[in-house]
Design a protein around this ligand. Structure first.
Ligand code: SF4
Length: 185
């Protein structure tokens, strides 16, 4: 009796998708490491989901580099059309709002969460964790903790170094201008 012929399954190679490393993604990774370290050393660090104070107190219309805008636009493009339209209208209103501070158009007012968290600009990632040489910890809550000694010994992230690296990620323009030139399909 002849041996049974067992078909050999054809080999289908898997396509590996390797995340693209860019100057912006490297900067994000470094910021993430710094933030994780600070959080691990201070379990009660105030910057966390639910605290949206800084998102409600923008000094001006956010300015983004071309790379930051590219990332944010990617996140926005993945949203349903009605949400995109809502954000577009909210951003347009920023241009006509003389009062300061501003509330970020991407802040979910109900949950206090960022609607574009994974795609948010660098300023949102560093706020509260980075400082300039001359001080400027920005958030009054954090400054109060510094003043009363609860954050003694913290090695803050270097804000000036972040700005230098960020400047290499493309032209910087206000969010309203990037949006005005974005013709969604
Ligand atoms: S983009 Fe997100 S994290 Fe940044 S200010 Fe707006 S709501 Fe806050």
């Amino acid at each position: 009796m002849p041996a049974a012929i067992v078909p050999i399954p054809s080999f289908v190679p898997k396509v590996m998708t390797v995340p693209t490393v860019t100057p912006l993604s490297e900067l994000h990774a470094d910021i993430d490491r710094r933030v994780a370290t600070l959080r691990s050393e201070h379990a009660d660090w105030p910057c966390a989901k639910g605290c949206d104070t800084c998102c409600r107190r923008l000094a001006d219309v956010p300015r983004l580099t071309a790379s930051e805008w590219g990332l944010l636009r990617e996140g926005l493009a993945a949203l349903p059309a009605p949400r995109r339209a809502g954000f577009r209208a909210a951003v347009a209103r920023l241009a006509d709002t003389p009062e300061r501070p501003l509330t970020c158009p991407f802040l979910d007012p109900v949950s206090g969460a960022c609607s574009v968290y994974a795609y948010r600009p660098v300023a949102c990632r560093t706020y509260g964790f980075y400082a300039d040489r001359d001080g400027g910890l920005y958030c009054h809550d954090i400054e109060a903790r510094v003043d009363d000694g609860r954050l003694a010994g913290v090695v803050w992230g270097n804000h000036a170094a972040v700005l230098t690296r960020l400047a290499r990620t493309g032209e910087t323009r206000p969010l309203t201008e990037w949006y005005a030139d974005w013709h969604e399909t």
